[in-house]
Design a protein around this ligand. Structure first.
Ligand code: FMN
Length: 349
């Protein structure tokens, strides 16, 4: 037991969350984190509503502990996936990018809503809309952190709001948990670290690349999927930053999304405008850019394609050196966190 406001709110044992990661946080990894005492979160941005339902049911079969789903609100299918989560009464609904319209519906069955923010001024607004907790993402993070690092952002947000704060970005060991608690957080969310565990479906070649990477080996740019984001420094990622945005690929990607989702032109244009208004997005062909990013991510995650693939990854890859089981990892970092806090308590102050 390691009690914080986060563990109390969600009814979990340890203040560690598996960050929602599109493609990667499948039922196997989600349930492994739940069964190890943390909070597993299933990212559903890439799922059809049927897949979302199937995955939620698989998780329910694999664990009796609380779990969450994560949905990026500005993409196609967001509304439908959230509806499924509500029907299935998922205990925790975590959203990023966009405005949540469903908070009362989740509260109605006793669920909790967790907003993800990367800019301090968005914190109070999310809480005023009814969020029960916030994930606060620093610049070090894989994928879509903004300009401020966790060191600056967490205390700023902790001063503004009175709900549990879950620190994301750059955390990979128990010292990181202790530091996050010291900065005002109530727990942590880890993405990159949980990509490199035995239960993760990331291709072994990319797991190895993350282990070999130093803290300098990521790139932060908006060319990868249209929003500022951080990826592992691969050949393809470096080439993308030099070439700029691949217009031809983007148009192909956009057409693919339209076809796969069977969108009418009016729905397609509507979605594109919706994404253009996204709080933290950029007003240019975001949907198409995401499609390009997704295709290259799949090459990395599924095929281990080092030449053509890109992978969201955080600076903390520099500190990741092994591929433990989820249970081993959670136990180890909780021990490290307790040791670190005990050491700090002994300081002569
Ligand atoms: C491959 C990958 C996919 C991700 N997909 C999502 C996503 O679908 N939704 C989301 O809110 N965040 C997504 N993220 C960001 C994570 O939720 C989290 O904020 C980040 O990994 C934290 O930083 P860390 O990697 O330093 O722990 C993704 C991260 C990675 C590595």
């Amino acid at each position: 037991m390691f009690k914080t406001r986060m563990t109390e709110l969600f009814g979990i044992e340890k203040p560690i969350m598996l960050a929602g990661m599109n493609w990667i946080t499948e039922p196997k990894l989600v349930s492994a984190v739940c069964n190890a005492g943390g909070l597993g979160v299933l990212a559903v941005a890439r799922c059809t509503p049927q897949e979302t339902k199937d995955f939620i049911r698989q998780i329910k079969d694999m664990t009796d502990k609380p779990f969450g789903i994560n949905q990026i609100l500005v993409g196609p299918g967001a509304k439908e996936n959230i509806e499924v989560a509500i029907e299935e009464q998922v205990p925790i609904v975590n959203y990023s990018l966009g405005k949540p319209w469903f908070i009362d519906d989740v509260h109605a069955y006793g669920g909790k809503v967790m907003g993800t923010i990367a800019v301090a001024r968005h914190a109070a607004r999310a809480v005023s809309m009814g969020c029960d907790a916030l994930v606060v993402t620093g610049h070090e993070a894989a994928a879509h952190g903004a300009a401020a690092t966790s060191m600056v952002l967490i205390p700023l947000v902790a001063k503004q709001v009175d709900v549990p704060i879950i620190a994301a970005g750059g955390i990979y060991d128990g010292r990181g948990i202790a530091a996050a608690l010291a900065l005002g957080a109530d727990g942590v969310s880890m993405g990159s670290r949980f990509m490199i565990v035995q239960e993760s479906m990331v291709h072994e070649r990319f797991k190895q690349l993350c282990i070999e990477a130093t803290e300098q080996d990521t790139l932060y740019d908006n060319v990868f999927d249209g929003m500022d984001g951080r990826v592992l420094k691969t050949k393809e990622a470096e080439a993308m930053t030099k070439k700029g945005f691949p217009v031809v690929d983007a148009i192909k990607g956009a057409m693919l999304v339209k076809r796969v989702l069977n969108l009418s032109w009016s729905k397609f244009v509507g979605l594109t405008f919706e994404m253009m208004r996204a709080e933290e997005g950029h007003p240019m062909m975001v949907l198409a850019r995401q499609a390009v990013g997704n295709m290259k991510h799949m090459k990395a995650i599924m095929e281990g394609d080092v030449e053509g693939g890109i992978l969201f990854a955080g600076q903390c890859c520099g500190g990741i050196a092994d591929i433990p089981t989820t249970q081993e990892l959670v136990d180890r970092i909780m021990d490290e966190a307790s040791e670190t806090l005990a050491r700090m308590n002994k300081l002569d102050v």
